[in-house]
Design a binder for this molecule. Structure first.
Ligand code: FEO
Ligand code: CA
Ligand code: CA
Ligand code: CA
Length: 677
């Protein structure tokens, strides 16, 4: 789209202060309005949300825990439009639900049943509020609203029929009772980050899906301790472990039974039970935002792990496409997928986006990142041609499908760099550099105990539980934002350089050890998570998901105008070791931000996390999600709204009831200008 660029000062707003209030705070001159919350009806026939725990029909309502979000423009006559700024669809992830012991307590009248077995009626509500929604939003006059009866509105839940696509489709690892030929699976789960393809389709990342499954206390033996046990454990499934919600106890129907992945049948391949069911989760899933007749496709070539966002490098005609991804778990990895097909700019306006997805996302190479202390790094291909993978002693890979399903094990085999929880990544439109939020890691330790703890390294250099940086030496509670610059081969490069754009920290923390980016009171933050560059303004929006600084402030969103890799300085951190001497770790700190290049823009209500960033192409409406306000409410207080830790958004005038609800807000500037100016 041709967007005329107004002459304005970006980051001209006055920074907002840290806040513990139960409101959305934005700068003077801006307005934030809730427009789409948990339970909002998505069809004309669905009753209004009462928000008292008696609502049903969640397949036709907004799901819970709004997370990643993308904008898809619609013309006045309802066609896909790259330039529309007043009508569009939002693709919204519904990651999870607010729970303490099993039940999603804000959606049940009495808080629900937290013991086993779970009543089917509760399970059915809970499965329906996970997944993805597409919802039409419209501006009438100056007011944005969602469109309840739009024919475009659509839900995907964790039970919706979906295609497996790419190397895993039809593989023995994907055979289940549901799909005897291994070509399909049901549902998408724990949808966290998002992405948008250069051909205008929606990508959703499946993150903490493993915890929703259970398997029996003797399942390792039932599997004859075959290699599937190694794989299950690597992805966090131990025999006898509880599932997050106990959905497997809802009844005997397959929609409940599939959450128990024990080997129960006698078939050789799993076609009579759900032993392989978990292999159907953990992917980047592609969806056609505009066409409700199209099934979603799980793009298995991009690897199976705890996905956050999927960010494309800038497409170059005649060159392969690169997709950057992170695996958000402690000590996990950063990945890149490089397409076999070279980019054809004509595909940008494809009328069959999932066919275009087949072309670019089903065939290619999967790489994992290795960071070096000299500021360089390597992309290591995960394929059977690498002897480290073919001869890996821990797990015997069969083929590329096995590598995709068990990408974590393949990355272990090649010695990839274990990171401080890679959350969102995004590409800086100004120079193509790739930014990664590394949110925090309690498993960094100068004197490690146990195999899960790692010493700090150059790319993950901080290890102080004490956030002032004075005494203790365990963990990176505040996180950092790392950035990478590809080598001369661009998307297909096998080498890169890197530095740390920002170290999150409290402003008062030791500037030599913790507050390495010298953040001020207008800039300080903890646990960056959501991160996305605005295509309109180039602003780098940073959102936090924090538990370390929440005694001082609710989670927040900041606006940054970063420079480039290598614009700062090398710094060496010297940690005293228990047995004496020091552990010296060098890192690269990007140019320190100024009051003109980094500012706090928004602070959310109590006990929320900021998630999801989408905007109209003119940059004048910014959509953001407030996830799980009030999640710290004690379930026992469900009947007493005065004891809810948050009553947002009803306290902002949105919707019935006092129970807090995850919701999408729209931010506009009162003078009609672009957001962040
Ligand atoms: Fe769903 Fe890693 O945040
Ligand atoms: Ca996240
Ligand atoms: Ca997070
Ligand atoms: Ca979350």
């Amino acid at each position: 789209p041709v967007v005329t660029t107004p002459v304005e000062k970006l980051l001209g707003f006055t920074a907002v202060a840290k806040s513990l209030a139960d409101v959305v705070v934005v700068p003077a001159g801006y307005t934030a309005t809730a427009i789409y919350a948990l339970g909002d009806p998505l069809t004309a026939a669905t009753p209004a949300y009462k928000n008292d725990g008696t609502d049903t029909d969640f397949e036709n309502r907004a799901g819970d825990h709004h997370d990643g979000m993308e904008w898809f423009g619609l013309s006045a006559d309802g066609k896909p439009s790259a330039s529309s700024v007043e009508r569009g669809l939002l693709g919204v992830n519904h990651e999870a639900t607010t729970d303490q012991t099993r039940s999603s307590f804000f959606i049940h009248a009495n808080g629900g049943t937290s013991t086993l077995p779970r009543p089917a009626v509760e399970v059915d509500k809970e499965t329906a509020l996970h997944g993805v929604s597409f919802v039409e939003v419209r501006k009438t006059g100056s007011k944005w609203e969602y469109v309840k009866d739009s024919s475009f509105n659509r839900r995907f839940t964790c039970l919706t029929d979906m295609e497996l696509s790419g190397p895993v489709r039809g593989n023995a690892l994907a055979v289940t009772k549901y799909s005897g030929n291994g070509q399909k699976t049901r549902g998408t789960l724990n949808n966290c980050g998002t992405g948008k393809t250069p051909w205008n389709s929606f990508l959703t990342g499946e993150e903490n899906w493993a915890g929703y499954f259970t398997r029996g206390a003797a399942d390792d033996a039932a599997r004859a301790s075959d290699k599937s046990v190694v794989a299950l454990k690597r992805y966090g499934s131990s025999q006898g472990g509880n599932s997050r919600h106990g959905w497997e106890t809802g009844g005997t129907d397959d929609k409940y039974a599939r959450w128990n992945i024990s080997k129960l049948g006698t078939s050789a391949n799993g076609s009579d039970d759900y032993r392989n069911e978990m292999n159907g989760m953990g992917y980047i899933v592609e969806m056609d935002a505009y066409d409700k007749t199209k099934l979603a496709k799980k793009r298995t070539a991009l690897g199976r792990f705890a996905h956050e966002s999927a960010a494309f490098g800038k497409p170059v005609a005649g060159k392969p496409l690169a997709v950057y991804m992170g695996d958000d778990s402690r000590n996990e990895y950063i990945y890149k997928f490089v397409s076999t097909a070279n980019w054809d700019a004509a595909d940008a306006t494809s009328s069959n986006v999932l066919a275009t997805g087949d072309k670019y996302l089903d065939s290619g190479k999967l790489f994992v990142a290795q960071f070096s202390a000299d500021g360089s790094g390597k992309w290591v291909e995960l394929s059977m041609s690498n002897p480290l993978i073919a001869n890996f002693a821990t797990y015997k890979f069969a083929d590329q499908a096995d590598i995709c399903v068990n990408a974590r094990l393949a990355a272990d085999a090649v010695g990839a760099t274990k990171m401080d929880r890679p959350e969102w990544c995004s590409t800086n439109p100004a120079n193509g550099e790739i930014y990664y939020s590394l949110t925090n890691n309690s498993n960094r330790n100068v004197d490690p105990t146990g195999s899960s703890q790692l010493v700090p390294d150059s790319a993950n250099p901080r290890a102080y539980t004490d956030m002032k940086g004075t005494t203790a030496q365990n963990g990176n509670p505040n996180g950092h934002i790392l950035r990478m610059k590809e080598g001369a081969d661009g998307s297909a490069a096998l080498v890169f350089t890197w530095d740390v754009y920002l170290f999150a920290a409290e402003a008062s923390a030791d500037a030599g050890k913790i507050n390495l980016s010298s953040l001020t009171n207008d800039q300080d933050m903890s646990s960056p998570d959501g991160l996305a560059f605005s295509p309109a303004t180039g602003i780098c929006w940073i959102q936090t998901d924090d538990g370390a600084y929440t005694d001082v402030t609710n989670c927040m969103m900041l606006a940054g105008l970063p420079g480039q890799v290598g614009d700062g300085a090398k710094v060496t951190l010297s940690y005293p070791k228990k047995e004496g001497g020091t552990l010296d770790v060098s890192t690269y700190v990007g140019k320190k931000p100024t009051a003109d290049t980094l500012k706090r823009f928004l602070v959310g209500p109590v006990a929320c996390e900021l998630t999801g960033i989408a905007e109209t192409p003119d940059g004048k409406a910014l959509f953001v999600n407030i996830q799980h306000p009030g999640e710290t409410t004690a379930m026992a207080n469900i009947a007493d709204p005065s004891k809810y830790t948050s009553q947002w958004p009803s306290n902002a005038g949105y919707g019935a009831g006092k129970r807090p609800r995850s919701a999408t807000i729209v931010i506009t500037k009162n003078d009609g200008g672009r957001i962040g100016s």
